[in-house]
Design a protein around this ligand. Structure first.
Ligand code: CTP
Ligand code: MG
Length: 226
């Protein structure tokens, strides 16, 4: 089976609020999303790294990506799930090929984390995702902002990416869930009655969402020499 990394990068970065989408900001000498693409391309088991950008994208061609395995698809949609679904349609992978969907904005992904995910899912029929156990005590609020309950955190995880699924299964799950507001691939798969495997990610694999996130990303990449 082929192993394809699919990186949705068609968002506008509205919460970040920069003139260009956050995935194109310069970060340690490269566009922000270059770092994640380079990590995925550096994983020997991954055959192809496909990035999905908006048909109206004005920035991608300004950079020299110089990465092996990289291909670009200008088929981004109105939501992240739609961008992924469109990318899958363009790639037309085999039923049992693996697809690793990774946020362009998670620029501090490490090769080790990707390889941990791939190893944990060897032979798995469905797939799974990197995730992090919730570190803090969790409170449920009532309508007035008081604590209604303390939620036991021992079974709670924060979903990260990559999220790795069999291609046929993922395409069907996203096709049926596209109308609803699905924020990750796993929830689409869960709605099919299937159970993705949780694989321990790492705290460095956070998503750049606000300007305040850049300093940490810079420091992490600099410490790795990138
Ligand atoms: N994404 C996408 N297509 C969309 C929306 C988002 O490919 N229509 C991608 C983003 O480019 C990003 C990933 O999905 O790599 C995670 O989304 P998020 O962090 O929310 O990025 P944005 O949607 O760009 O940011 P915001 O929600 O603040 O506008
Ligand atoms: Mg978004």
């Amino acid at each position: 089976a082929q192993m394809i990394a699919l990186v949705p990068a068609a968002g506008s970065g509205s919460r970040f609020g920069a003139p260009s989408p956050k995935q194109y900001l310069q970060l340690n000498g490269r566009p922000l999303m270059w770092h994640a693409l380079a990590t995925l391309a550096a994983v020997p088991a991954i055959d192809k790294v496909a990035v999905v950008i908006s048909p109206q994208d004005e920035w991608f061609d300004d950079f020299d990506w110089s990465l092996p395995k990289l291909e670009v698809h200008r088929v981004g949609g109105a939501s992240r799930a739609q961008s992924v679904a469109n990318g899958l349609a363009a790639l037309a992978p085999g039923e049992d090929d693996w697809v690793l969907v990774h946020d362009a904005a998670r620029c501090c992904l490490s090769v080790a984390a990707v390889e941990r995910l791939i190893a944990a899912l060897a032979g798995h029929p469905v797939g799974g995702l990197l995730a992090l156990p919730v570190p803090d005590t969790v409170k449920r609020a009532d309508a007035e902002g008081h604590v209604a309950a303390t939620v036991p955190r021992n079974a709670l995880w924060l979903a990260q990416t990559p999220q790795m699924f069999r291609a046929g299964l993922l395409a069907r799950a996203l096709g049926e869930g596209a109308a609803e507001d699905i924020t990750d691939e796993a929830s689409a798969v869960e709605r099919q009655g299937l159970k993705p495997l949780l694989v321990e990610g790492d705290a460095q694999n956070f998503k750049v969402t606000y300007p305040r996130d850049l300093a940490l990303a810079k420091a992490i990449l600099a410490a790795r020499g990138g």
